[in-house]
Design a protein around this ligand. Structure first.
Ligand SMILES: [Zn+2]
Length: 273
């Protein structure tokens, strides 16, 4: 079977220059394979950050019209940072890329899945460290520079139970201090940006910083380098440690700091896993 080819045309704009200086064509090749949905559905149970507005779907029409045909339509409203979503770099870095400014190639990449399920199950405040990443490399080889690093904590199994998933079902600014879930340690984020530059990073919890973080250093370290993050992913247990491909496309919100995300994994052929 021929590999699927996605052509991505990128306009490279020099900093401070309004006009595109150079048009480059980047091609992304990925294999044909079984698809795995890495997004949670958006519905009334969707978990959002305690200070973010819940997802809402308002039925506008759902039935036969006077003209005799069926018609369904809804209005929706949502925080950018609820459910499975993108964090654009500007979310924690002034002047960094907004949702619509992120180059398309950031949304396509080879998946590296680091599994810390056992440690996260034993300790909700677990922070994935450099040792976890080096442990993956000892087994699977060096993390490729164009990888999308996916952090599997197993917490997606707790969705949509907010108490078990977030640490609290309470809403509002005061609930933030009660958040308990694993994330990426800032030392590991620093090591990644210096030693293993990524296309993007993703996690099956509500944030790439652990729930008890107050300074969101991991966000800041990655976003200052324009590395976007995918949060509240699911089904990471269906991906192999390496060999899968990820496509994660957010709503193109102009000036956005994030947005709803449909993420999909493409499994390698069974024989190559
Ligand atoms: Zn977010």
């Amino acid at each position: 079977m021929r590999p699927l080819l996605v052509s991505v045309v990128l306009l490279l704009v020099a900093g401070g220059c309004a006009a595109p200086q150079e048009a480059a064509s980047a091609r992304v090749a990925f294999p044909a394979g079984e698809l795995v949905d890495l997004s949670h559905p958006f519905d009334e149970r969707t978990i959002a950050w305690p200070t973010a507005e819940a997802f809402r779907l308002e039925r506008v029409a759902d039935g036969l019209t006077d003209a005799g045909y069926f018609y369904a339509a809804n209005n929706l409203s949502t925080a950018e940072h609820g459910g499975t979503h993108l964090d654009a770099p500007v979310h924690f870095a002034a002047g960094a890329q907004t949702t619509d400014e992120i180059p398309l190639e950031r949304f396509f990449g080879r998946a590296v899945v680091v599994d810390v399920t056992d440690r996260a199950e034993a300790e909700a405040d677990y922070q994935i460290g450099v040792d976890d990443l080096l442990g993956w490399e000892r087994e699977h080889g060096r993390i490729p520079t164009d990888a999308i690093l996916l952090l599997r904590t197993g917490f997606s199994r707790r969705w949509p139970d907010a108490v078990r998933y977030l640490g609290t079902a309470e809403r509002g600014a005061e609930a933030v201090a009660r958040l308990r879930f694993p994330g990426l340690h800032p030392d590991a984020a620093r090591w990644l940006v210096d030693e293993r530059p990524l296309r993007a990073i993703g996690i099956d919890t509500a944030s790439i910083d652990y729930g008890q973080s107050t300074g969101f250093e991991t966000h800041r370290l990655l976003f200052e380098r324009n590395i976007p993050a995918f949060e509240n992913l699911t089904n990471l247990d269906r991906l192999p440690a390496k060999g899968a491909f990820v496509v994660a496309l957010p709503m193109k919100i102009a000036g956005g700091s994030g947005g709803p995300l449909r993420a999909v994994g493409i499994l390698p052929p069974a024989g190559s896993r």
